[in-house]
Design a protein around this ligand. Structure first.
Ligand SMILES: *[C@@H]1O[C@H](CO)[C@@H](O)[C@H](O)[C@H]1NC(C)=O
Ligand SMILES: [Zn+2]
Length: 480
């Protein structure tokens, strides 16, 4: 396809990326508000009490019983065989075929896929080198949607800035140079703007490329990739992540007044579009089958590492939740649906198309749950809905997870794939976990099974299965 078919699409994505990372703020739930809710106290509490034995069965089965260790085992089998599953690759589609077969073998009531059109971006070969004041190879990763260097080696001097404000104040110095962003890392949410917009901000002052400090609090000289997007009105210049170590090296050299020169070669380019698929499976509800509790994670990953943490873990606890419900013979009233999204890393593409195509069903979606911020030791879930009765229901249900210390409810949203559903009024929920180390590995070659833990994956599976089952088993869908 022609040069850049995704203009309007990328604008949407730009807004989305920064919304996702900056807005979600949560507060701890205060159960005092539940005392004054008559229906909750008389009827709904009793309904939840009635399923407490089922919830305990789920916990026992997954954490200490026959399925103990199984999520880890399944995830390892998958991740070790397929490795990375990048959007637009045949390997991702093979991995999806494998999952369809796997879900059928677990006898989910329905297993199907839904086509999703995805843009294809190809990294190709890439290298970078500091050539002055000395020769030093740089570990780089081109950022998603970056252009390449058109078959030639791009060489130029470097200007190092800490912030967009500094870039602006020194804009006269930028023309013809690479801009290095060596920001002070505070949090992913505060720093990811340099990855997302760094190239465009630099290009408006005539930069030839952007070298962006990896968005991570910890490093052993590994670059972390991720998506960036170009603003409409500027030249598209190469955008790469560099390591924390190299960003700080550049920072120190520049602060000492030493001139830095860098050479870079990148084959990155767009290559039209392809058809991928969201992978869907269901346990059909026993009486309210058109009402849905949705659990989800994304099956695609970055092209480096193996996407075990981002988001193999989240995807696998989602489909495993349905398998556990099925194996235990539990019969929830409403349908429990697992969606393994595609194209998340390249801009929440599968989730966006899903929300558009299912827009008429969303009033009957009780909740959309997503696990995409790690499957480390779970602590509870977030809930985005503002209705206090619904918050009290979720809180009451989470009390049944006290035996595994996962009862914490935070009000608000972490979201990313479920944002499109939440925008349409569906309450959203994310799996909360002790993920302090998440960004150590995120979007890097270090995202492998070595990050994952057998028992944590069991606990996360139990939280996911118990919550989904509980919300599908009570009489009514969550009030909005
Ligand atoms: C999904 O995409 C495949 C491959 O392009 C195509 O053969 C199939 O007809 C599509 N299915 C639907 C329902 O559009
Ligand atoms: Zn992810």
């Amino acid at each position: 396809m022609a040069n850049w078919p995704y203009g309007p699409f990328i604008i949407l994505v730009t807004i989305q990326v920064f919304y996702v990372d900056l807005v979600p703020k949560t507060t701890t739930f205060d159960p005092i508000i539940c005392e004054s809710l008559p229906k909750f106290n008389t009827e709904i509490r009793q309904q939840i009490a009635n399923i407490s034995a089922d919830i305990q069965k789920i916990i026992d089965y997954v954490v200490n019983g026959p399925d103990s260790g199984l999520t880890y085992k399944e995830l390892a089998l998958f991740v070790d065989q397929f490795g990375s599953r990048f959007t637009g690759t045949a390997n991702l589609e093979s991995a999806i075929d494998y999952m369809v077969d796997r879900l059928k073998r677990d006898k989910h009531d329905k297993v199907y896929t839904e086509n999703v059109t995805v843009p294809v971006w190809i990294r190709g070969k890439e290298w970078a080198q500091m050539v002055s004041p000395r020769n030093k190879p740089l570990n780089i990763l081109s950022l998603g949607y970056s252009v390449g260097t058109n078959g030639s080696v791009l060489t130029g001097d470097v200007i190092v800035v800490k912030t967009f404000d500094e870039l602006k104040s020194r804009s006269e110095e930028v023309r013809g140079k690479f801009v290095v962003y060596n920001y002070d890392f505070k949090s992913y949410g505060e720093s990811v703007k340099y990855r997302g917009q760094g190239a465009s901000q630099a290009a408006q002052y005539g930069a030839i490329g952007a070298l962006i400090r990896s968005v991570t609090p910890f490093s052993i000289n590994s670059p972390h990739t991720g998506m960036q997007s170009y603003a409409n009105n500027v030249r598209k210049i190469p955008a790469v992540s560099i390591t924390v170590e190299d960003a700080e090296l550049f920072g120190r050299l520049a602060a000492s007044g030493i001139n830095i020169t860098v050479s870079i070669s990148m084959e990155a380019r767009m290559d039209g579009e392809a058809v991928s698929r969201n992978t869907v499976s269901e346990i059909t509800g026993s009486s309210k089958l058109d009402e849905v509790v949705l659990v989800s994670g994304h099956l695609d990953s970055w092209d480096v590492g193996q996407g075990a943490m981002d988001d193999g873990g989240g995807a696998f606890i989602s489909w495993r939740a349905l398998s556990v419900i099925k194996k235990l013979g539990l019969k929830p009233k409403r349908t429990v649906r697992s969606v393994l999204w595609t194209g998340e890393e390249m801009g929440l593409i599968g989730a966006q198309q899903y929300a558009q195509q299912h827009i008429n069903e969303l009033s009957k979606m009780s909740i959309a749950m997503e696990s995409d911020i790690g499957t480390f030791t779970p602590t509870g879930i977030t809930y985005s809905g503002q209705n206090t009765t619904a918050q009290c229901i979720v809180n009451e249900l989470l009390k049944l997870l006290k035996p595994i210390n996962a009862s914490q409810l935070r009000i608000g949203s972490e979201g990313s794939d479920i944002d499109y559903l939440m925008d349409k009024g569906v309450p959203g929920s994310s799996l909360d976990n002790r993920n302090d180390r998440y960004f150590y590995f995120h979007h890097s070659a270090g995202d492998t099974m070595t990050v994952e833990n057998r028992r944590d994956l069991d606990l996360c599976t139990a939280v996911w299965a118990a919550t989904a089952y509980g919300l599908a088993a009570i009489d009514d869908q969550l009030p909005r």
